[in-house]
Design a protein around this ligand. Structure first.
Ligand code: ASP
Ligand code: MG
Length: 237
């Protein structure tokens, strides 16, 4: 039995039907005999919409309040996904970044993870539940909510996988397929099903925007086995 951390991006959870599809995939992974921890991004364009609203209200919104605002997106998707998993008969518990023990420095809007103490997540999975964690957010030393920079949910997933000593961290991408190069630029680009950690690191080092760079660095530092998977090939998605 493996401990699997799965991360789903914004377009994988863009509406209620998409959330139900992710729930089915999570339950299938579990039924195959794995323990599953899920990290989710905000639904669809939620983060952009929240940014637009803040911009409309203030030319210089305070960074602290900005992070409280932006962290709300992932809270919505984690709660709905936990409910959807529960509807399939599998117990699931949702946790904010703070509840999941994601500790960061105080650089609002681009905070770095300084440690992860995932006690509640560990307890939830020990009790047989799926833990669903809000990506992209943590808590600083004065207990304010922080966010990790755009695309930061990848980093949450890798950091959590490292802290839980997970067997694998699977990142489901928001795109229809993974290619060896940008198919619009390189006509001979091949579609691929999954990337190994080495390939991912190499592509990220070459500027491929597959993953949040911090996630790649974190995976390298802690030796987290990373699988980047296309939702297109995931069958259920
Ligand atoms: N929701 C955040 C963003 O759009 C984080 C993420 O998607 O990973 O940047
Ligand atoms: Mg997003």
């Amino acid at each position: 039995m493996a401990l699997v951390v799965q991360k789903y991006g914004g377009s994988s959870v863009s509406d209620v039907e998409a959330i139900r599809r992710v729930a089915r995939r999570v339950v299938a992974t579990r039924k195959a005999g794995n323990t599953v921890v899920v990290v989710v991004s905000a639904m669809g364009d939620t983060t952009d919409d929240l940014l637009d609203m803040a911009d409309a209200i203030s030319a210089r919104p305070p960074a602290r309040e900005m992070d409280i605002l932006l962290s709300a997106g992932e809270r919505i998707s984690m709660a709905l996904l936990a409910m959807a998993i529960g509807e399939l008969g599998v117990p699931a518990r949702a946790y904010t970044g703070a509840q999941a023990g994601v500790l960061t420095d105080s650089k609002y809007g681009r905070a770095s993870i300084v440690g992860v103490i995932p006690e509640r997540v560990a307890r939830a999975i020990q009790m047989g539940a799926v833990a669903v964690v809000a990506g992209f957010q943590g808590i600083n030393e004065v207990e304010d909510v922080t966010t990790l920079g755009r695309g930061g949910s990848d980093t949450t997933a890798v950091a959590l996988a490292a802290a839980l000593n997970a067997d694998v961290c699977e990142i489901y991408t928001d795109v229809d397929g993974l290619f060896t190069a940008d198919p619009r630029i390189v006509p001979t680009a091949r579609r691929i099903e999954a990337l190994s950690s080495e390939e991912t690191l190499e592509m990220a080092a070459n500027g491929a925007k597959i993953l949040h760079l911090r996630a790649v660095e974190y995976a390298r530092r802690f030796g987290v086995p990373l699988h980047v998977r296309s939702s297109f090939f995931a069958g259920l998605l």
